[in-house]
Design a binder for this molecule. Sequence first.
Ligand code: NAI
Length: 258
Amino acid sequence: MPRTVVITGSGSGIGAALTALLRAQGDRVIGVDLRGGEIDADLSTPEGRTAAAAAAGEVAGGVVDVVVTCAGTSVPGTAMVTVNYFGTTEFLTALRPALAKAEQPRVVVIGSISGTQTSDPDVITACLADDETTALEHAERAVAEGRARQLYPSSKAALAQWARRTAVAEGWADAGIPLNVVAPGVVLTPMTTEIFDDPEMKKIMDRAVPMPLNGYAQPEDIARAVLFLASPGNSHITGQVVYVDGGAEATLRGPADF
Ligand code: NAI
Protein backbone atom coordinates (compact mmCIF):
# COMPACT_ATOMS: atom_id res chain seq x y z
CA MET A 1 0.00 0.00 0.00
CA PRO A 2 1.68 3.31 -1.07
CA ARG A 3 2.20 5.73 1.78
CA THR A 4 2.44 9.51 1.97
CA VAL A 5 5.82 10.51 3.37
CA VAL A 6 6.88 14.05 4.27
CA ILE A 7 10.65 14.55 4.19
CA THR A 8 12.44 17.73 5.23
CA GLY A 9 15.80 18.37 3.60
CA SER A 10 14.65 16.23 0.68
CA GLY A 11 16.77 18.07 -1.87
CA SER A 12 20.22 16.83 -0.89
CA GLY A 13 22.27 14.09 0.78
CA ILE A 14 20.37 11.71 3.07
CA GLY A 15 16.96 13.29 2.35
CA ALA A 16 17.47 12.97 -1.41
CA ALA A 17 18.63 9.33 -1.11
CA LEU A 18 15.62 8.48 1.03
CA THR A 19 13.26 10.26 -1.37
CA ALA A 20 14.61 8.17 -4.26
CA LEU A 21 14.29 4.87 -2.34
CA LEU A 22 10.74 5.62 -1.23
CA ARG A 23 9.62 6.72 -4.69
CA ALA A 24 11.19 3.57 -6.17
CA GLN A 25 8.99 1.45 -3.88
CA GLY A 26 5.89 3.41 -4.91
CA ASP A 27 5.43 5.75 -1.97
CA ARG A 28 4.40 9.35 -2.40
CA VAL A 29 7.02 11.80 -1.10
CA ILE A 30 6.24 15.40 -0.23
CA GLY A 31 9.63 17.05 -0.10
CA VAL A 32 10.22 20.14 2.04
CA ASP A 33 13.39 22.14 1.45
CA LEU A 34 14.69 25.66 1.04
CA ARG A 35 14.03 25.32 -2.67
CA GLY A 36 13.26 22.71 -5.28
CA GLY A 37 10.96 20.49 -3.21
CA GLU A 38 7.18 20.14 -3.39
CA ILE A 39 7.14 22.72 -0.60
CA ASP A 40 9.73 25.49 -0.43
CA ALA A 41 10.27 26.51 3.20
CA ASP A 42 12.82 28.00 5.56
CA LEU A 43 12.71 25.90 8.71
CA SER A 44 14.98 28.31 10.60
CA THR A 45 12.04 30.57 11.52
CA PRO A 46 8.84 29.88 13.48
CA GLU A 47 6.77 31.28 10.58
CA GLY A 48 8.62 29.09 8.08
CA ARG A 49 8.02 25.94 10.15
CA THR A 50 4.34 26.71 10.71
CA ALA A 51 3.75 27.44 7.02
CA ALA A 52 5.72 24.35 5.93
CA ALA A 53 3.80 22.00 8.23
CA ALA A 54 0.46 23.50 7.19
CA ALA A 55 1.35 23.16 3.51
CA ALA A 56 2.59 19.57 3.96
CA GLY A 57 -0.62 18.61 5.78
CA GLU A 58 -2.71 20.21 3.05
CA VAL A 59 -0.83 18.63 0.14
CA ALA A 60 -1.12 15.27 1.94
CA GLY A 61 -4.90 15.71 2.26
CA GLY A 62 -4.86 15.84 6.04
CA VAL A 63 -3.36 12.38 6.64
CA VAL A 64 0.40 11.84 6.79
CA ASP A 65 1.78 8.30 7.11
CA VAL A 66 5.42 9.13 7.75
CA VAL A 67 7.54 12.18 8.56
CA VAL A 68 11.33 12.05 8.31
CA THR A 69 13.28 15.15 9.28
CA CYS A 70 16.59 15.36 7.45
CA ALA A 71 16.93 19.16 7.13
CA GLY A 72 19.99 20.35 8.97
CA THR A 73 23.09 22.47 8.78
CA SER A 74 26.67 22.09 10.01
CA VAL A 75 27.69 25.67 9.21
CA PRO A 76 28.86 26.99 12.60
CA GLY A 77 26.26 29.49 13.83
CA THR A 78 22.83 29.88 15.35
CA ALA A 79 21.11 28.09 12.44
CA MET A 80 22.44 24.89 13.99
CA VAL A 81 19.91 25.51 16.75
CA THR A 82 17.06 27.05 14.75
CA VAL A 83 17.13 24.54 11.88
CA ASN A 84 18.49 21.36 13.46
CA TYR A 85 16.46 21.54 16.67
CA PHE A 86 13.41 23.80 16.35
CA GLY A 87 13.10 23.10 12.61
CA THR A 88 12.53 19.48 13.61
CA THR A 89 10.59 19.65 16.86
CA GLU A 90 8.10 22.35 15.86
CA PHE A 91 7.56 20.82 12.43
CA LEU A 92 6.83 17.40 13.94
CA THR A 93 4.61 18.79 16.67
CA ALA A 94 2.54 20.63 14.06
CA LEU A 95 2.13 17.47 11.99
CA ARG A 96 1.25 15.16 14.90
CA PRO A 97 -2.53 15.42 14.34
CA ALA A 98 -2.14 14.46 10.65
CA LEU A 99 0.08 11.53 11.69
CA ALA A 100 -2.45 10.38 14.29
CA LYS A 101 -5.03 10.01 11.50
CA ALA A 102 -2.86 7.53 9.59
CA GLU A 103 -3.26 3.77 10.02
CA GLN A 104 0.40 3.03 10.74
CA PRO A 105 2.14 6.34 11.32
CA ARG A 106 5.90 6.53 11.77
CA VAL A 107 8.41 9.30 12.54
CA VAL A 108 12.16 9.27 12.10
CA VAL A 109 14.43 12.15 13.10
CA ILE A 110 17.99 12.38 11.76
CA GLY A 111 20.28 13.05 14.71
CA SER A 112 24.04 12.54 14.80
CA ILE A 113 26.88 10.81 16.60
CA SER A 114 27.86 14.41 17.43
CA GLY A 115 25.07 14.41 19.99
CA THR A 116 27.41 12.41 22.24
CA GLN A 117 30.20 15.00 21.99
CA THR A 118 31.09 18.19 23.85
CA SER A 119 28.12 20.54 23.89
CA ASP A 120 26.69 23.62 25.58
CA PRO A 121 24.36 22.51 28.41
CA ASP A 122 22.59 25.91 28.52
CA VAL A 123 21.60 25.63 24.87
CA ILE A 124 20.31 22.10 25.44
CA THR A 125 18.28 23.12 28.50
CA ALA A 126 16.67 26.05 26.67
CA CYS A 127 15.87 23.88 23.65
CA LEU A 128 14.23 21.24 25.82
CA ALA A 129 12.24 23.99 27.57
CA ASP A 130 10.99 24.95 24.10
CA ASP A 131 12.41 28.44 24.67
CA GLU A 132 13.90 29.49 21.34
CA THR A 133 14.66 33.05 22.49
CA THR A 134 16.84 31.85 25.39
CA ALA A 135 18.39 29.09 23.26
CA LEU A 136 19.39 31.75 20.72
CA GLU A 137 20.86 33.99 23.45
CA HIS A 138 23.06 31.11 24.63
CA ALA A 139 23.90 30.20 21.04
CA GLU A 140 24.95 33.77 20.27
CA ARG A 141 27.13 33.76 23.38
CA ALA A 142 28.78 30.53 22.22
CA VAL A 143 29.47 32.14 18.84
CA ALA A 144 30.91 35.27 20.51
CA GLU A 145 33.16 33.11 22.70
CA GLY A 146 34.48 31.14 19.72
CA ARG A 147 32.51 28.01 20.65
CA ALA A 148 30.19 28.02 17.64
CA ARG A 149 31.15 24.45 16.74
CA GLN A 150 29.58 23.26 20.02
CA LEU A 151 26.18 24.27 18.67
CA TYR A 152 25.98 21.30 16.29
CA PRO A 153 26.46 18.65 19.04
CA SER A 154 24.19 20.72 21.29
CA SER A 155 21.39 20.71 18.73
CA LYS A 156 21.72 16.97 18.13
CA ALA A 157 21.94 16.09 21.86
CA ALA A 158 18.82 18.16 22.52
CA LEU A 159 17.08 16.50 19.60
CA ALA A 160 17.85 13.00 20.92
CA GLN A 161 16.51 13.92 24.37
CA TRP A 162 13.42 15.58 22.89
CA ALA A 163 12.72 12.48 20.81
CA ARG A 164 13.08 10.09 23.77
CA ARG A 165 10.80 12.25 25.90
CA THR A 166 8.24 12.88 23.17
CA ALA A 167 8.08 9.27 21.95
CA VAL A 168 6.41 8.18 25.19
CA ALA A 169 4.50 11.41 25.88
CA GLU A 170 0.73 11.54 25.52
CA GLY A 171 -0.38 11.63 21.90
CA TRP A 172 2.57 9.70 20.45
CA ALA A 173 3.18 6.08 21.60
CA ASP A 174 -0.39 5.88 22.92
CA ALA A 175 -1.63 7.09 19.53
CA GLY A 176 0.38 4.41 17.74
CA ILE A 177 3.13 6.74 16.48
CA PRO A 178 6.66 5.35 16.89
CA LEU A 179 9.27 8.14 16.98
CA ASN A 180 12.94 7.26 16.67
CA VAL A 181 16.24 8.93 15.90
CA VAL A 182 18.73 7.66 13.37
CA ALA A 183 22.14 9.01 14.35
CA PRO A 184 24.72 8.71 11.57
CA GLY A 185 28.51 8.84 11.87
CA VAL A 186 30.22 10.44 8.89
CA VAL A 187 28.17 10.33 5.68
CA LEU A 188 29.47 11.33 2.27
CA THR A 189 27.07 14.13 1.35
CA PRO A 190 27.43 17.79 0.35
CA MET A 191 27.50 18.57 4.10
CA THR A 192 30.84 16.82 4.54
CA THR A 193 32.46 17.69 1.17
CA GLU A 194 34.42 20.58 2.64
CA ILE A 195 35.83 18.42 5.43
CA PHE A 196 37.15 15.95 2.91
CA ASP A 197 38.70 18.75 0.85
CA ASP A 198 40.86 19.70 3.86
CA PRO A 199 43.34 16.98 4.96
CA GLU A 200 43.69 18.50 8.46
CA MET A 201 39.91 18.58 9.00
CA LYS A 202 39.67 15.02 7.74
CA LYS A 203 42.25 13.89 10.32
CA ILE A 204 40.32 15.64 13.11
CA MET A 205 37.07 14.05 11.89
CA ASP A 206 38.61 10.57 11.72
CA ARG A 207 39.77 10.88 15.32
CA ALA A 208 36.42 12.26 16.50
CA VAL A 209 34.32 9.68 14.64
CA PRO A 210 36.17 6.37 14.23
CA MET A 211 34.19 4.01 11.96
CA PRO A 212 35.76 0.53 12.08
CA LEU A 213 32.80 -1.11 10.32
CA ASN A 214 32.90 -0.26 6.61
CA GLY A 215 34.19 3.34 7.04
CA TYR A 216 32.28 6.41 5.91
CA ALA A 217 28.65 5.82 5.01
CA GLN A 218 26.87 6.66 1.78
CA PRO A 219 23.54 8.50 2.15
CA GLU A 220 21.74 5.31 1.03
CA ASP A 221 23.25 3.42 4.01
CA ILE A 222 21.47 5.81 6.35
CA ALA A 223 18.30 5.89 4.25
CA ARG A 224 17.95 2.09 4.45
CA ALA A 225 17.95 2.18 8.27
CA VAL A 226 15.35 4.95 8.13
CA LEU A 227 13.23 2.86 5.75
CA PHE A 228 12.90 0.08 8.32
CA LEU A 229 12.06 2.35 11.27
CA ALA A 230 9.52 4.14 9.06
CA SER A 231 7.95 0.91 7.79
CA PRO A 232 4.87 -0.90 9.14
CA GLY A 233 7.36 -3.64 10.11
CA ASN A 234 8.51 -1.46 12.98
CA SER A 235 5.75 -2.19 15.46
CA HIS A 236 7.56 -1.80 18.80
CA ILE A 237 10.70 0.33 18.46
CA THR A 238 10.18 3.82 19.79
CA GLY A 239 12.17 6.44 21.70
CA GLN A 240 15.46 4.95 20.48
CA VAL A 241 18.57 6.59 19.14
CA VAL A 242 19.85 4.15 16.54
CA TYR A 243 23.49 4.81 15.71
CA VAL A 244 24.21 4.05 12.07
CA ASP A 245 27.84 4.90 12.47
CA GLY A 246 30.14 2.01 11.63
CA GLY A 247 30.79 1.38 15.32
CA ALA A 248 31.77 4.95 16.27
CA GLU A 249 29.45 5.26 19.25
CA ALA A 250 30.44 1.87 20.68
CA THR A 251 34.12 2.74 20.18
CA LEU A 252 33.84 6.15 21.79
CA ARG A 253 31.49 5.45 24.70
CA GLY A 254 32.44 1.85 25.40
CA PRO A 255 30.36 -1.13 26.45
CA ALA A 256 28.77 0.27 29.64
CA ASP A 257 26.87 3.10 27.92
CA PHE A 258 23.86 1.55 26.18
P1 NAI B 1 22.94 18.07 3.14
O1 NAI B 1 23.60 19.37 3.35
O2 NAI B 1 23.27 17.27 1.93
O3 NAI B 1 21.35 18.23 3.20
C1 NAI B 1 20.72 19.04 4.15
C2 NAI B 1 19.42 19.55 3.58
O4 NAI B 1 18.80 20.39 4.55
C3 NAI B 1 19.63 20.41 2.31
O5 NAI B 1 18.76 19.98 1.28
C4 NAI B 1 19.30 21.81 2.79
O6 NAI B 1 18.77 22.66 1.78
C5 NAI B 1 18.28 21.53 3.89
N1 NAI B 1 18.18 22.69 4.78
C6 NAI B 1 19.21 23.36 5.39
N2 NAI B 1 18.73 24.44 6.03
C7 NAI B 1 17.39 24.47 5.83
C8 NAI B 1 16.36 25.37 6.22
N3 NAI B 1 16.63 26.48 6.91
N4 NAI B 1 15.10 25.09 5.84
C9 NAI B 1 14.82 23.98 5.09
N5 NAI B 1 15.75 23.11 4.69
C10 NAI B 1 17.03 23.35 5.04
O7 NAI B 1 23.27 17.24 4.45
P2 NAI B 1 23.08 15.71 4.86
O8 NAI B 1 24.43 15.19 5.14
O9 NAI B 1 22.19 15.00 3.96
O10 NAI B 1 22.37 15.92 6.27
C11 NAI B 1 21.06 15.46 6.56
C12 NAI B 1 20.93 15.34 8.06
O11 NAI B 1 21.88 14.38 8.53
C13 NAI B 1 21.25 16.63 8.83
O12 NAI B 1 20.35 16.77 9.89
C14 NAI B 1 22.65 16.39 9.34
O13 NAI B 1 22.89 17.13 10.51
C15 NAI B 1 22.61 14.90 9.60
N6 NAI B 1 23.92 14.27 9.67
C16 NAI B 1 24.77 14.28 8.61
C17 NAI B 1 26.00 13.68 8.71
C18 NAI B 1 27.00 13.67 7.60
O14 NAI B 1 28.14 13.22 7.83
N7 NAI B 1 26.66 14.13 6.40
C19 NAI B 1 26.41 13.00 9.95
C20 NAI B 1 25.43 13.01 10.99
C21 NAI B 1 24.23 13.63 10.84
